[in-house]
Every structure is written in C-alpha cells, then in structure tokens.
Design a protein around this ligand. Structure first.
Ligand code: URA
Length: 214
C-alpha cells in the first residue's frame, strides 16, 4: 500500500529515539472511518496487529457498538513504533514501559500518516486522544471540550522533513475526535460520555448507509 521506501525512511527517522518495533496501519481505501491512535504498545509490536492489547479490547467494544468490523475501517496511529522507557518497580525486574510519544517521534513518523490519509481518503477521520488530535489539528485542548462533535477543517501534514515543521493541507477533512480507548480503561467515569459520542457517530453512519442504498 505505502511505498516501502517511505516506510524505510521513517524507520530511519525514528532510530535516534527510544522506540522499538514497527506496526503497519491497516485498512481499505475509501473507508467510512479512519481511527488514529497514539502509538502501538508491547502487544502490538509483538504480533503486528494494531489495537490488540488492553486498549484494543476496549477499542473492539467501540467497533461493536458502532456495528462495524475491522475490515470496514482503517486503523493507524500518529507513531508506528512503541515509545518506551525503562522502569523498575520495587522488588520487580527492570523492564520497558510504554510512554507517550514526544513531538520529535511524532514528526519522525508524520509522513506515514500523511500518506495513509492520502491513500485511503477516509470519509471521516477519528482522532483518538490528545496525541492524535494534536498531530492532526495542531492544538492541545481539553479532550472533553472537543470529543463527540464533528469538525470540518484542514489538517496538518509534515512540510520540512529536516526541520520537522508542518503545513496546513489545502483540502478540508471531516473529523470526529473521541477519547483514546486507554483513557476509558483508566477513567471509567468517561465511559458514559464516550458511548454518547459513539452513538452520534453511529447515527451519522446510518445516514451515510441510507444515502448509499439504491
Ligand atoms: N494505542 C494505539 O494508539 N495504538 C495501538 O495499536 C495500541 C494502543
């Protein structure tokens, strides 16, 4: 799907940072939804399947609620490798922990997401959590203020591969930001709002389906 050369360049770009593995985004062209996460975790880099760990279970509930399957949608994230940090809880072995990707790591893999969006041309982009939101829209609002509503806006794409600066796309996109599934795991009180947001998205999908039927 994406040129292997582009992937290789991006793998080189992330080498200076504490990131490991590489998980490809997955999905068809012209999906109704493209979900954009943050970065894969330990499980994902082992099996190569996006959202297959703990957050993935929650993500699967989202898809069930929407009545879509993984085949219908595109799944990707801002960063395609696992950012890690070493840690050693008292009495336990030293091991790697997931961490949030930083701006340099996000820029290192930005051309991949740009190319995936250009290739897939999703009807709606669903940024999950603040990293995906910042990557695409360049802002860092409180997620409760922006989740669950449609936004029509240009997005950011990497402009200068050396300076890591972004430009704003000429095209306008439809986005529907939601909480990251991991946020629901850690803050169960977000669940009610989350499923209200998914209901809104589901209503939109139903209208789209109706419009398409003969
Ligand atoms: N979080 C992500 O953003 N992607 C995954 O694949 C797993 C967790």
């Amino acid at each position: 799907m994406l040129p292997e050369q582009l992937i290789e360049r991006c793998k080189e770009r992330i080498k200076p940072y504490a990131c490991e593995g590489f998980v490809y985004g997955k999905g068809p062209r012209h999906p109704i939804l493209m979900f954009v996460g943050e970065a894969p975790g330990e499980t994902e880099i082992e099996n190569g399947i996006p959202f297959s760990g703990r957050a993935g279970k929650e993500f699967n509930h989202f898809l069930d609620h929407l009545g879509v399957t993984r085949e219908d949608i595109f799944i990707t994230s801002a960063v395609r490798s696992r950012p890690y940090k070493w840690g050693q809880p008292r009495g336990k072995e030293k091991r790697k922990y997931n961490r949030t990707p930083n701006q340099k790591e996000i820029a290192a893999h930005a051309p991949i997401l740009d190319a995936e969006i250009a290739y897939a041309e999703p009807k709606v982009i669903v940024p999950m959590g603040r990293i995906a939101y910042w990557r695409l829209l360049g802002e860092n609002p409180r997620m409760e203020e922006v989740t669950g509503s449609f936004i029509t806006s240009p997005i950011r794409e990497l402009d200068d591969w050396d300076k890591n600066t972004y430009r704003i796309t000429a095209d306008t996109y439809t986005l529907f930001p939601i909480y990251h599934p991991a946020a629901i795991l850690y803050r169960r009180r977000l669940e009610t709002a989350m499923y209200e947001h998914l209901d809104r998205l589901k209503a939109y999908l139903a209208i789209e389906k109706k419009d398409k039927s003969p």
